[in-house]
Design a protein around this ligand. Structure first.
Ligand code: ADP
Length: 281
């Protein structure tokens, strides 16, 4: 088993973040347990409850796709010559009707599916050709959120979130240091001991976001994260994703919700029959 050394405050210099944000993040590193664990509202006073953010080099590509095709073994063509560059620190919406290729695009980015043709680099790695341990290491640098949450039913909220860190060899101390700020960031520290079936859909989705970002990956992929949620919960989820983006996490969100996209001031690409075009840059 390969163990990953946890990042320390010293290692993460929050490169590229404004001075005041860096100072506040640094302050967060001192926090281990919230003063009032019963508090469950979203903590909007901070850019993020995470102990640290990834290093960001503005203008440096984190995703590069050139003429990528994806045809499934049954002959179904999901992506058709898709070219897309996403830079570190971007927040991108991918929209399009059901069946247009949105999930396939994300599956290629986290290495669940392979492209049939074309070039694909994620975080400078040709993810399409990675296998075994190298693919597993690469996936650790990508957080993924799904429409149906995919939480472990017989594990509490904190166990669901901590499990990722435990599996990656983080020390108990580091797990503790990361867990509470992350739960606080999604407004769930008061639900830490609940099981998934004791939570609302919105709360379950917030647990899945916490799980996806507790190890501060540089890239977060969210596949229809608001697909099962009402308007208020959807807005809350988007607010959290924006907060994560503000500390330097690159965020790619798929949605078929026109309303969400219209309200956003972020770039939007649209997929239609597997072809991609920019709706808003
Ligand atoms: P979206 O996320 O926009 O709904 P998908 O990426 O799931 O679109 O699907 C794009 C196309 O690829 C659809 O025609 C779908 O039927 C097909 N497809 C998706 N996954 C598979 C698969 N595992 N095997 C065969 N065809 C698939």
């Amino acid at each position: 088993m390969t163990f990953v050394l946890p990042r320390t405050a010293k290692q993460s210099q929050y490169t590229g973040l404004p001075e005041d944000v860096r100072a506040r993040l640094h302050e967060r590193l001192k926090m281990v347990v919230p003063a009032d664990p019963a508090e469950t509202r979203l903590d909007s006073s901070q850019p993020s409850g995470l102990p640290d953010g990834p290093e960001v080099q503005a203008g440096k590509a984190i995703v590069q796709m050139v003429n990528v095709d994806k045809t499934y073994p049954n002959g179904s063509k999901a992506l058709d010559r898709v070219s897309l560059t996403i830079n570190q620190g971007d927040f991108l919406f991918v929209t399009g009707p059901s069946g247009s290729g949105k999930s396939t695009l994300l599956k290629l980015l986290y290495g669940y599916e392979r492209p049939s043709d074309g070039e694909l680099l994620v975080d400078n790695e040709p993810i399409a050709s990675l296998k075994g341990n190298r693919l597993a290491m690469m996936r650790r640098r990508i957080g993924v959120v799904f429409q149906d949450y995919k939480l472990i039913p017989r594990r509490t909220v904190s166990e669901n979130v901590a499990f990722v860190l435990w599996a990656q060899g983080f020390t108990r101390k580091e797990i503790h240091r990361r867990l509470w700020p992350t739960l606080k960031m999604v407004g769930l520290q008061g639900k830490a001991q609940c099981f998934p079936d004791e939570l609302s859909g919105g709360e379950q989705q917030r647990v899945s976001i916490a799980r996806a970002v507790v190890n501060t990956p540089p890239l977060l992929l969210a596949d229809e994260p608001t697909g099962n949620l009402d308007v208020d919960n959807s807005m809350q989820v988007i607010k959290i994703l924006k907060k994560l983006n503000s500390i330097g996490i690159t965020v790619v969100v798929t949605t078929h919700d026109e309303h969400l996209v219209r309200m956003s001031n972020h770039p939007v690409v649209q997929l239609k029959h597997g072809r991609l075009r920019y709706l808003k840059r």
